[in-house]
Design a protein around this ligand. Structure first.
Ligand code: ITT
Length: 188
């Protein structure tokens, strides 16, 4: 079974490819030119992106928007995660948390699935954890070097893709999606 993942982020794609491969779903990457819409929630961003992509892609696809939400920063950077990462990076988040006793944070993914002729479906995944006191590890991307999921002492950047997929927001959204996708396929 083949499915397209629309993303410009190769690391994201590789995580998803590995996970969906376990469900027998063969993922292919498509990177299409898009302006990321500004919205208050990840779900709205994913929905707008899916609607825009639907005009250009005539096959079944998934697309997702993810973000880091730091509790003591009022859930910043949240939907602005991409922009904030480009501007201040992991170092900037660490600086904002200097002296903060509460370092709890969660990552979230809102994933949209679209197929010709049917309404767009949404799946979410979330992982709770803490912001480390320093950057650790070389794997992954984005905020991975400063994020420690609950249940581990390692940052995402110290984990292999398989290990990150045991915990991550993205893998949780993808697993929910894959179960739904496969059960629906069996019904047909
Ligand atoms: P798309 O083409 O799929 O949109 P992107 O890299 O722009 O790729 P998002 O907008 O979904 O991805 O993600 C916003 C930012 O949040 C991203 O640039 C990363 O800095 C961060 N992020 C998202 N998922 C992450 C993860 O699993 N680990 C670390 N940082 C992550």
């Amino acid at each position: 079974m083949k499915l397209i993942f629309i993303t410009g982020n190769l690391e994201k794609f590789l995580e998803a490819k590995k996970l969906l491969g376990e469900f027998g779903i063969r993922l292919e990457q498509a990177d299409i030119e898009m302006t990321e819409p500004q919205s208050d929630t990840l779900e709205e961003v994913a929905e707008k992106c899916a609607e825009e992509a639907l005009k250009k892609v005539g096959e079944c696809f998934i697309i997702e928007d993810s973000g880091l939400f730091v509790n003591s920063l009022n859930c910043f950077p949240g939907v602005y995660s991409s922009y904030v990462y480009r501007k201040i990076g992991c170092e900037g988040i660490l600086r904002l948390l200097t002296g903060s006793a509460d370092r709890s944070a969660y990552f979230m993914t809102a994933l949209a699935y679209s197929e010709p002729g049917n309404r767009i479906r949404f799946f979410t995944g979330r992982v709770e954890g803490n912001i480390a006191t320093e950057q650790r590890g070389k794997s992954g991307f984005g905020y991975d070097p400063i994020y420690i999921p609950l249940g581990s002492n390692l940052t995402f950047a110290e984990m292999s893709t398989e290990e990150k997929n045991k915990f991550s927001h993205r893998s949780r959204a993808l697993r929910t999606f894959a179960s739904w996708f496969l059960s629906r396929h069996e019904e047909k």
